[in-house]
Design a protein around this ligand. Sequence first.
Ligand code: SF4
Length: 677
Amino acid sequence: MSKVLTTCPYCGVGCGVAVTANGDAIQVEGDPNHPANYGRLCGKGMQLAQTLSPAGRLLQPHIDGKPESWSRATAHIASRFRQAIDRYGPDSVAFYLSGQLLTEDYYVANKLMKGFIGSANVDTNSRLCMSSAVAAHKRAFGSDTVPGCYQDFEQADLVVLVGSNLAWCQPVLFQRMMAAKAKRPQMKLVVIDPRRTATAAGADLHLPLQPGTDLALFHGLLRYLSRNAACTQQALAQLSLAQLNDYSIDKTAEITQLPLESLTTFFQWFKETDKTVTGFSMGINQSVNGVGQGNAIINCHLLTGRIGKPGMGPFSITGQPNAMGGREVGGLATSLAGHVDFADSDKRDAVAALWGSDNIATRAGLTAVPMFEAMAAGKIKVVWILGTNPMVSLPDTELVRRALQTCPTVVVSDCVIGTDTQRYADVLLPAKGWGEKQGTVTNSERRISRQRSFVAAQGRAQSDWWALCQVAKAMGFASGFDYRNEAEIFREHATLSAINGGPFDISALAQFSDHQYQQMGPLQWPQPAGKPLQLQPQRLFSSSGAGKIVIDHPQPRLGQGNFIVNSGRNRDQWHTMTRTGLATTLGRHRPYPQISIHPDDAAALGARSNDLLQLGSDILAPITISQSQRRGELFMPIHWSDNNSSAGSVNRLIDSQYDPISQQPGFKGARVEAKAQ
Ligand code: SF4
């Protein structure tokens, strides 16, 4: 009975997990040596063993509802791809991936589509999670790089959390920060969130701002800092103060609907505290102003030079286990593998040479929402969806339904059977799940960790990279897809990372043997070849003038209705509950979907606790009356769908407006019509 060290499959904290498997008896505990969690696990992580049930698993390939062999299924998919490409061109096919995939799966999918099919129509549900932070990083630093590490949350004297319910969504990082705060009570926590969340309840100052006004808040802070704080000359020289004329502290208080006194306190604390970290998450990214808001936060750190040093910096907190790893290998339609831009023809040629490809995509492909719009318009003839359930997770469910109904061939790879999306699938492929598959993931602090297998795959489930290689070979691309194992894929990815170099360079890991890959411990990038492996936390962009100040004007969020609706996670559930729903302990926290509403709004609607509230024409769920809500705003969790409740998915209410730069949908702050039933 030996311990297998692996990584939790849920949130972007990327906690290390030690698993002891003795036949069917599986014991899960935190890995005391993993730098993300040092032995801690949250409730979801602790119940991982309960989720390894064979119940509900997709066990073999299916074509048109009938069980099939892998060889027939992959030959069928290959012929559909080939026919569409020959007849309509490479942009008539698409992959839609997931932050749940391992980096090796992501790498092979991208290589096949961008390197060999010759289209960049590969996007991922990570588009819905952090693509606005990606674009903000690129505008500020010239690269998609989180400058800091988790230790900064412990070393800071002021932590500002914006649009992040860290206590529920990334609980172990929250625990680490609060443990540091307990030891140093002078450390302050400011939470900027319309709701009084569990995170806000632990804050020294909660700023319940009007949804969608974060840009104004940080422009106001930037203006205040430029007049009152010690600023770096390089950043100050970039600043056009005329752009901030509309953001005096009084005007900012008016726009954000925050008390002037609270706002002034926040601005003063920020001004006075060198060691300041600003963590931002979905409340910032999932907005039609997501990129501008990300830059507005980064601006304040650049102006004060608080970046890349212990306890200082802006920090994008990712939601999914491998949102960062997908970005490394080109999981977004907007870049090639190794963070190489399509426009950089020298580096693009270098990627093509490494892949042995003469058909590499030369321009960005369709991002998530435009991809489904193109499908609905009949322009995409084959789509392969891996590890995600867009019928629930994308906004504008009706668009997604039309898209999947219109697309002639829909292939879905998943661990479980019967998801909302699978209703529209022509081909189903069984994927290995957590504990069965092998590979790497990268967490929010750029740390690559191994996921390792410790149980046999259920049924005929296979790794996604293997399925992609089978299809690639059946399409005639044998030479680039003959991998023996995950280690070979990882070495190629690490070799390719040197093409862009800089912060993304992990080429030192390209030398790892299969055995070293198996033994590999958690490592933060960069890890360039020719240098000893760096095991201490690494910070980037500390030199003055390392970033660019970018100031945007807000985009209006259009829509009608008597309430603003926000959505998010519950403490003990993960996405559509296909895994966490198997753990009975986790179900006790919030057993059914509820809409949170302020008491005054409930009274105005004539509704009492547990009465049904109808949102739009589709959603009907009981209310919970809560002082944590602002008046005029509702909150509904994301976990339920047509498949697991009669309430329906909250994303049915969300239209497909998105940030014009990142094309990340604006899940937050949509207007809806609500009435009591
Ligand atoms: Fe897993 Fe996130 Fe909980 Fe860590 S904090 S155990 S990664 S869900």
